[in-house]
Structure formats: structure tokens, C-alpha cells
Design a protein around this ligand. Structure first.
Ligand SMILES: Nc1ncnc2c1ncn2[C@@H]1O[C@H](COP(=O)(O)OP(=O)(O)OP(=O)(O)O)[C@@H](O)[C@H]1O
Length: 713
């Protein structure tokens, strides 16, 4: 490619020029699009220079969508759209407010404000895409001209990077093969011959009947259903009894399907989640071991050590290569994966690729939580597909295995079974939290439903005077307070004071009035044990790590405020009772990214860090610790999988779709008793009307794969 032709087809001199012309585009998008265009050797053969320039913009969009977690883009989302225009002047002023006060860099500003600050409006002109037919023809011609090992795939109107297309297709083929009706029927046939064993074991595992008042117990139904399926998914919100259910399911599978303990693996995406799975497993086994007939099997199950998915696959940290693959499959018969919502498409592909034929896979998680940090939102996509629902013949097979279910026939007809031909009964949904306060649960569900009116109704909003606030950033900042079934809204600061014109004043006031009283309980602790109990009672969450209202800044502000009350507290230093969070996994020390510890003196009066490992307090010398941070405030992302009695969430305004209902739902469902959200009504409404939707082709690809296998049956 000569310099001359590059200038002709890449419409920007360099990445800076491109970023100046297109708001929210980053340098990496420019280099991605340029690389693909320039590696296209037949450039100029079938498309005009103007068309190549439009293809260049489609590639920019693909890069941007993938960077934000989508697996592909639909050309229809671009058709006739004018993208990447300048933001409105109002928004820019607001963004500048934050910039001045926080000193955050451009990237963080983008997180906090939707990446609009900086370039004057006249330069941020955006790009107008053509209609769908033109776009489709252009991309079809362009991808046809690509070399066979090219980076792009156009399938129908979905444009993928080849890697993601491959992951999605492999996954859909695996799923379709696993849930073929013939496979399911065969399993049911086998289980019917073991009816007695299933029935007796269920009676030992569960204290209540499988059907009461003609309504099935959803946990037991999930267990019976999953027993027969090569692939099943168990979903539910926090505290709906997922671990309770999978512990019993694993025992039942082990007994009925004759799976030895060494052929069972329990895994989670992070070390912290695996640790938590281990704790819940231990608790459930302790209860079951009281049933004499189950004591032996519980004893064997206590040897199970939940681990991270990468640990199971023996993935090398630097190369990312796993020891297990299609060539060397995992010697495992049953794999239960917890916190599946956090798993990205590439890790899931790795797991699927390394399964031995006949391995039973059970995916567990809450599809409404934040999607994975990397690409895709697999669990939510799978749950939304019609294959989730149970076909009539599947329900009847279950009733044959477990005749007691027939008492729930009417319920099943109304709520469970479907006539949809794609239905395979793969998803088992648990409902009703057994842990959180009912009002927290209702509030979280209203957030999820995007129902601002209902959520605000639950919160009993009182709005405060806002005329003294300086900008949209501050002018309706309020506090929602919700405790023990009550929800209040309190003013962030008293109105009509000179000082209220400052964000710093507002945040200091929230810290002094609302956050410190909770933290004082931590500093009353007389031992690390008591300190850990205090940490379970309260957590302060924010969406961001950087920016003025991010964890780094809040931790500093809180330390400063605390140092005025306790003269031995020195900001940025270690001191007794300081909470810390581990930032990277250390398998040897059994410390994992997201683990929370507390600084305390040991018997030699040295300051050491205490962590709870396998339910025991373990002291670590500070010099031995992996990277860690102060932890008075933590990001919502880091608290996924943790729970606290009372939770405060700081929700600053943002134009970015980074603030969305899944993020807020995840934060709110960390609370067992009460949650307060420091925000404005406007930001609250905007957050819950925004969804963290990521684009994938899973729905279409899975339907096509199911249809393909259906024809073979
Ligand atoms: N059917 C049941 N009968 C009695 N107790 C139950 C039942 N189901 C769940 N529990 C209890 O409710 C609590 C929450 O259950 P569990 O930990 O299984 O929920 P979870 O959905 O895994 O929660 P999380 O999303 O936080 O991981 C546990 O103490 C568990 O023992």
C-alpha cells in the first residue's frame, strides 16, 4: 500500500485528526480500522474511494462497540445514523466542572462524563452513515475481497471480528448439540429406571415436599431438571438459594449418575468468587451432614475445593494459553460454574473447547448483574433465548421421573411450559431472596424494570431546594435513605450557604454527616474479629475508581476526615484498623483480587494485615502482600459477589452509559438491610433508564444451530 492510496482511503491524517473529528473515538479505534483497511490488498478494485471511507467508519464503529463489550455490530444500528457528533454545550460545561475539581485525565473524564469534553464543537462533526442496503452491499463487497485468513466476518447483517465470530459459533454449536431433544430424552429414559433412588435422595436433601399447594418448589424443580440435562443454567438474584440448590444438585448427580468426587469441579471466574463459593459450600454441607444417610457423601464433598476457571484450565498468566483444550480435554464429569455473568465469551469458549464428551455443565448466576469486564453478556443472552423455556414433552418426562410433580400440572401449564419449538427447558429460575430485606429486594426489582416512578415511590422521595447549587452537577443532589423497611430522602447540604457552591463542600458534608458515623463503629473494634464484623455491617460504593467521586479520591477524603477525629490516623499511611483491598491474585498466599483485610497489631506490636482465609483469621506481614489499596470506599464492580448489611452508593451524574441499571442493581443488591444512594433524582432516573446492553449475535446464531441440529433428529 503506497502512502498515496492510504491518504485516499483513510479519511484522516492521523489518530489525533480522527479523534478531533469524531467524538468518543479513541486512537485504538483508528489504528484498528486503518490496519484492516490497509491489509486489504485489493483495495480500489471494487469500491469507490468514498465507499472505502465509509467502510473505514464502519470499522471504527466495530472497534468502538467491541471495546465497550459487544461481540459484533448490526449494520442496521449504523444505517442512516449520524454518529460521533459534538456534545451539547451544556454537557461540556458540566464536564469541565468535574475536570477542574478532580484533575482527572481525559480517559477518566470519559468514564465519568461520556467523553464529550475537550474538542470545540466545530471540530467534532461526526459521520453520517448510508442506508442499510448501501451499507450491506459495501460491506459484502469489502469482506468478499478480504483474504481467507482475514480479520472480519459479515454474517447476515452482523459484522464481527473473526475471533469473536468463531467463539460465538463454537459456543452455539456446543449448546445446540447438548440440548438436542434426542439427548435429553435418552437421559430421561435412563433416569426413569432410577426413579426410586432419585425420589429417596431428594427426600434426604430437601426437608419440604417438591410440590406444596399445587406449586412446585423451584429449587427442587431446578435440581430434578438439571439432573437430566448435559447443559443447564440456574439463575436467580442475590440470596435466592443458588448455592443451596447447586450443593444438593451436585450430591444428587454424584449419587444418581455415579460421578465420583474427583470428577466434579466447582469453579468461578475470580479467586474471590471461588473463595465465597467454598464458604457457602462448607455451610451447606455442615447442614446436610446432620442427615445420617448423607454424612459420608458430605464428608467426601468437603474435599471439593472450588477454584478459578483459569486455574481449572491451567491457563498460563502471560501467554493466556491453557493446558486443556479440545486435544487434551478436562478429565471431569461435572462442572458447576458460579457467577457466570462475570465470564466473557473468550473464557467461556476456552471452557467449552476443553470439555470431554458427556461432561455435564451447570452454569449458575444472576443475569441481571453487571456483564463481564471483557466482551459479551453471555448469561443474559442465553437466558433471553427461547431455548430457556421448557417444552411440554420435557415437563411430562420430568413428571414421569418424579410423579409428585403432577400435582403442579396447572402451575406448569401457566408458568413453565412453552409450545415454542426452540424450547429446551435449559434455564431454571429461582425467585425470592432469603437474605435481603423485602424492601431492598422490591427497590432492586424496580430498578431492574427501569420503573423510576415505582422505585422513587418505594424510596419516599423528598426533594430539596436546589437554587443555590452551581451547576447541573450539583443542583439536585439528594440522598435516598432506606432502612428497615423505610425509605427517606435527606438533603445533601443545607441550602442558601455560600459554601454550598462547591462540590468539595458537598462531598465533605456527606462524608462527615453520613459516612463517618458508620466508620466510627469500625474504629470501636477491639480485635480484628470485631473489625471484620464492622466491615460486614457497612460498605461505601461508587461506580468509579478515578475522578473526584471515585474510590481513590473518596478514600483520601475519608482518611483526611478521620484524621481529624483520631490523631493516630495518617492519610496514605498504614495504621491500626485501616481496611485494605487486595488488587491481584496470589494463589500461594490464598489472597485474591477483591479480598478485604484489616491492619492490626500482632502480639509483637507490629502492624500486620489480617484476612479471613477458610473462615480463619490469618496475619500477613505487610512486605509479603500483593498490591493493595485503602478500602473505605470500593467500586461496585469489585463488590460483585459480596454482601453487607448496610450499603451507601455515591452515584455521580454522567452522560456516559457507564452508569446503567445493571450497575445500580448490582450495587443495591449488595445490601442485606438498607441502602442509601447519594445522587440526584435526574441522575437516578437517567441511570435506571439506561441499560448496559451489549450487542451479540447469539440469539440468531443459537437459533440457526438449534434448527440445524433439529433437522438431524
Ligand atoms: N430452601 C431453603 N431452605 C432453607 N434455607 C435456604 C433455602 N434456600 C436457601 N436457603 C438459605 O438462604 C441463604 C442464601 O442462600 P444461598 O447462599 O444459596 O443464595 P445464593 O443465591 O447463592 O446467594 P448469592 O447470590 O449471594 O451467592 C443461605 O443461608 C441458605 O442456606
Amino acid at each position: 500500500m503506497s502512502i498515496f492510496s492510504e491518504v485516499k482511503y483513510v479519511p484522516y491524517a492521523d489518530s489525533r485528526d480522527c479523534m478531533n473529528a469524531l467524538a468518543t473515538i479513541e486512537a485504538i479505534d483508528f489504528f484498528f480500522a486503518r490496519q484492516i483497511l490497509l491489509s486489504q490488498q485489493q483495495i480500489g478494485s471494487s469500491l469507490s474511494p468514498t465507499q472505502y471511507q465509509e467502510v473505514f467508519h464502519v470499522l471504527l464503529a466495530l472497534s468502538q462497540y467491541q471495546r465497550r463489550g459487544s461481540v459484533c455490530i448490526y449494520l442496521s444500528t449504523l444505517a442512516n445514523v449520524h454518529m460521533w457528533q459534538a456534545a451539547s454545550p451544556d454537557t461540556e460545561i458540566e464536564a469541565n466542572d468535574i475536570d477542574v475539581q478532580s484533575g482527572s485525565n481525559a480517559h477518566e473524564r470519559q468514564d465519568a462524563q461520556g467523553a464529550v469534553a475537550g474538542a470545540p464543537e466545530s471540530f467534532v462533526r461526526g459521520f453520517q452513515f448510508s442506508g442499510i442496503d448501501e451499507l450491506h452491499n459495501m460491506l459484502a463487497l469489502f469482506t468478499q475481497g478480504l483474504r481467507p485468513n482475514s480479520y472480519l466476518v459479515l454474517e447476515k447483517s452482523r459484522l464481527y471480528s473473526k475471533r469473536y465470530w468463531h467463539y460465538e459459533h463454537t459456543l452455539c454449536r456446543y449448546i445446540a448439540a447438548s440440548v438436542q431433544q434426542a439427548t435429553i430424552d435418552k437421559q430421561h429414559g435412563r433416569l426413569i429406571s432410577q426413579q426410586m433412588l432419585v425420589s429417596e435422595t431428594m427426600g434426604l436433601l430437601f426437608a419440604t415436599p417438591v410440590v406444596s399447594n399445587n406449586i412446585p418448589d423451584l429449587q427442587q424443580l431446578a435440581v430434578l431438571n438439571s439432573l437430566a440435562l448435559p447443559l443447564s443454567i440456574i439463575t436467580g438474584g442475590a440470596g435466592t438459594g443458588k448455592t443451596y440448590t447447586i450443593t444438593r444438585l451436585a450430591i444428587l448427580i454424584s449419587i444418581v449418575n455415579s460421578v465420583p468426587i474427583h470428577a466434579i469441579e466447582m469453579v468461578a471466574p475470580t479467586g474471590k468468587a471461588a473463595n465465597r463459593m467454598a464458604q457457602s459450600l462448607t455451610e451447606e454441607l455442615a447442614k446436610l451432614t446432620l442427615v445420617p444417610q448423607l454424612a459420608d457423601i458430605c464428608q467426601s464433598f468437603s474435599q471439593l475445593q472450588p477454584k478459578t476457571l483459569n486455574r481449572l484450565l491451567k491457563t498460563k498468566p502471560i501467554t493466556g494459553q491453557s493446558a486443556y483444550s479440545a486435544q487434551r480435554p478436562l478429565p471431569v464429569k461435572l462442572i458447576i460454574v458460579d457467577e457466570t455473568s462475570m465470564i466473557d465469551i473468550s473464557l467461556m469458549h476456552k471452557l467449552i473447547d476443553s470439555l470431554s464428551p458427556g461432561t455435564q455443565l451447570i452454569l449458575v448466576g444472576d443475569p441481571n448483574q453487571l456483564p463481564s469486564v471483557e466482551t459479551g453478556c453471555l448469561l443474559a443472552d442465553l437466558v433471553a433465548h427461547p431455548f430457556a423455556h421448557m417444552p411440554v414433552q420435557h415437563w411430562q418426562s420430568l413428571c414421569n421421573i418424579y410423579p409428585a410433580l403432577r400435582l403442579a400440572e396447572d402451575f406448569a401449564q401457566q408458568h413453565l411450559v412453552t409450545n415454542h419449538k426452540a424450547g429446551r427447558g435449559v434455564v431454571n429460575k429461582l425467585v425470592g431472596t432469603r437474605r435481603s430485606h423485602q424492601i431492598v429486594d422490591s427497590f432492586a426489582n424496580a430498578i431492574l424494570a427501569g420503573d423510576a416512578a415505582h422505585a422513587l415511590n418505594i424510596a419516599q422521595v423528598e426533594q430539596y431546594a436546589s437554587r443555590t447549587m452551581p451547576s447541573a452537577l450539583l443542583n439536585s443532589v439528594v440522598t435516598f435513605e432506606q432502612s428497615r423497611g423505610q425509605v427517606q430522602i435527606l438533603p445533601l447540604m443545607s441550602a442558601n450557604t455560600e459554601q454550598s457552591n462547591s462540590l468539595k463542600y458537598a462531598v465533605d458534608k456527606v462524608i462527615a454527616d453520613h459516612i463517618l458515623p458508620h466508620l466510627f463503629n469500625l474504629f470501636k473494634a477491639n480485635s480484628p474479629d470485631e473489625a471484620f464484623l464492622a466491615l460486614k455491617k457497612y460498605a461505601l460504593l461508587t461506580p468509579f475508581r478515578k475522578s473526584y467521586l471515585g474510590t481513590a479520591s473518596l478514600n483520601q477524603l475519608i482518611e483526611l476526615a478521620l484524621s481529624k477525629h483520631f490523631n493516630w490516623i495518617k492519610p496514605n499511611q498504614l495504621y491500626k484498623c485501616k481496611p485494605i483491598m487486595i488488587l491481584q491474585n496470589d494463589y500461594q498466599l490464598s489472597l485474591f483480587n477483591g479480598d478485604i483485610g484489616i491492619m492490626w497489631e500482632n502480639s509483637d506490636k507490629e502492624l500486620v494485615a489480617y484476612f479471613t482465609v477458610d473462615k480463619h483469621l490469618v496475619a500477613y506481614p505487610v512486605y509479603n502482600l500483593p498490591a493493595f489499596d485503602t478500602n473505605f470506599a470500593m467500586t461496585i464492580h469489585k463488590t460483585q459477589g459480596s454482601e453487607f448489611e448496610n450499603v451507601d452508593i455515591i452515584l455521580p451524574p454522567s452522560d456516559s452509559d457507564f452508569l446503567n441499571k445493571q450497575l445500580l442493581y448490582t450495587g443495591v443488591t449488595r445490601a442485606q438491610k438498607s441502602v442509601r444512594i447519594f445522587t440526584s433524582i435526574q441522575t437516578f432516573r437517567q441511570t435506571i433508564s439506561t441499560s448496559a446492553d451489549r450487542i451479540s449475535g447469539l440469539d440468531a446464531s443459537l437459533s440457526a444451530a438449534l434448527a440445524c441440529f433439529g433437522q438431524q433428529e
